[in-house]
Design a protein around this ligand. Sequence first.
Ligand code: ADP
Ligand code: G6P
Length: 480
Amino acid sequence: MPAPIVVASNRGPIAFVRGADGSVTAKRGAGGLVTALSGALAASGGLWIASAMTDEDRELAGRGRVDVPGDDASAYSLRYLGFDAGLFDRYYNGWTNRVLWFLHHYLWNLPQTPIFGNDTQDAWDAFVAVNRAFAEAMAEEGGRLGPSTAFLVQDYHLSLAPAMLKELRPGARIAHFSHIPFAGPSYLRILPERFRTALLEGLLGADVVGFHTPAWADRFLLSCRLLDGARVNLRRRTVRWHDREVRVRVNPMGLDVRALSEEAARPEVGRAREELRAWKGDRAMLLRVDRAELSKNILRGFIAFDRFLETHAEWRGRVVFLALLNPSREDIPEYAAYVGECVRAAEFVNERWGSASWRPIDARVRDEYAQTLAAYAHYDALLVNPTLDGMNLVAKEGPTLNTRDGALILSETAGAFQELQRWALPVNPFDVDQTAAEIAEALDMPAEERAARRRGLRGAVRRNPPSRWLASQLSDLGLG
Ligand code: ADP
Ligand code: G6P
């Protein structure tokens, strides 16, 4: 009998939304965590506990489990936890995305931010309350499913839940996995001591703490040295904490190639592919696909494209840069300001170089998944230049669906770099001149080299299906 699986994450695989005609439909959740975990869980089955993100989810939260159908009997079920809107806002916007996301991605502008004041404690209290609700729900489900249940707790939103669950069920087998980087000890010290200690202690409630890359795992281990009483072994990647040994593991998450290809075969994606083909005409296409997100480095991407057009006059009029930016975390002022700045930068480039018949950058800030999958088919170069990224699945999806042997320009600081670096064009995300040079290199690359690199990228993606990630998690918990 395979071990029962309980996954917990803030965002669930789907959110329910009510359309203009009053009917309720399921909408895919955004972001790499959802893409990757949906792939892993569709094959294994299990229960996924997530926060209700919409009013319709909140209605369902009161009604127990929802089945998410798959193409075989092992589809999984979903349980939403509904929270008071004010509490959820303080937890999600106030703490997890304004403090923890900025912390782990090194996003603060230190002369000005962060400022920890009165509202910090309120946001923290909401974070504690939501983590407790998740821990209680997991404990309850574990009681029903039995002692061999694997609890797979996901991401920074639920950093406290592992210790809370361990307290409720001391025998529970718990893995925590971060889909984002982890701040090193110097940066972590920006957080007041009581918060950073609680965060580390929360994670150390798990039996196994997982990350996408060795760099994030090692930063976590070094950060654990800030904890009184923790004994860190960097070589073995373990932390002796109280009377337990916590193992820190590196387990890069892969892509469900089959599910992605099925999505890309839907009729609306086909129609979008035709529209984009007509739109781009004979021009080469540079593509970027991101949540409209500060760590994705969209602004420097546009500045680099400006440098590229300045230094490569022969490409003027012959290339279009399509930027598909999926709106994200719109209640956070820093995000709104950043997106505005990106759009203005694109307009600047268009005014500087464009003509009546050529608009160099088309920056589309809207939620269009079908168009994203369609655009992957047509790019000649894909720019993935985050300043820091836990993994970045766009870098894996693009080469999987591309039909033009397009080149991948990839930040050395993206988690995906460790698996894809041999076949990608590497960039330092802060160096716009280097990025401009790599755009030129990508667009001028001889056909044979493009094909060889693309084969390499596809192979690397195929070698790491999400089922491998799940199997490693279970075997690390002694349940494989
Ligand atoms: P992050 O998790 O930081 O958003 P990733 O690159 O790892 O970054 O993952 C982004 C995921 O979101 C990809 O799987 C991508 O296909 C998906 N995606 C892109 N646009 C949309 C959209 N409009 N709706 C839902 N998912 C999207
Ligand atoms: C990243 C995080 C996920 C998150 C996603 C989208 O991938 O690792 O936990 O779900 O971004 O962000 P959102 O705030 O919309 O859930």
